[in-house]
Design a protein around this ligand. Structure first.
Ligand code: ZN
Length: 140
């Protein structure tokens, strides 16, 4: 147990749910941290904040009906493409899919729609490649 740097009171390590307003919807976010029993102040480590940010991104995904990181990864694996190849043809930068699949950043809706269509078999990865305008790398 640590003492509160503000009032010196005892802190408890716990997870509290807070409500966020997001586009007219209420998101419930679990916030892990040290909470002061005396003044109510909360303290979050860098690691706590990372988890909180992931929780916020996940809740927004749900509110937006976007694919969850696991589903995005499942579909990409089903297509037998790497994160790099996905980003090469769909944009977002080389680290984009790593961020989406680790719940750090939500994928844009257009990409989400394309992945849903790919999953349903309505379009193929070859279709995406051929309409993307991206020239295949010479070195393969
Ligand atoms: Zn305090």
């Amino acid at each position: 147990m640590k003492n509160c740097p503000i009032c010196g009171g005892n802190t408890n390590r716990e997870s509290k749910n807070i409500e966020l307003d997001y586009k007219g919807k209420k998101l419930i976010i679990a916030m892990l941290g040290d909470y002061c029993q005396a003044c109510g102040e909360s303290f979050h480590t860098v690691q706590d904040q990372k988890i909180i940010d992931q929780n916020i991104a996940l809740a927004k995904r749900e509110a937006e009906s976007l694919l969850f990181p696991k589903e995005l990864k499942r579909i990409r694996k089903k297509l037998h493409i790497s994160q790099e190849e996905a980003a090469e043809y769909l944009g977002g930068g080389i680290r984009a899919f790593s961020k989406y699949e680790n719940a750090l950043v939500n994928q844009p809706r257009a990409l989400d729609v394309i992945f849903k269509l790919l999953d349903m078999g309505k379009v193929s990865w070859d279709d995406i490649k051929s309409v993307s305008g991206v020239k295949p790398p010479l070195s393969c």
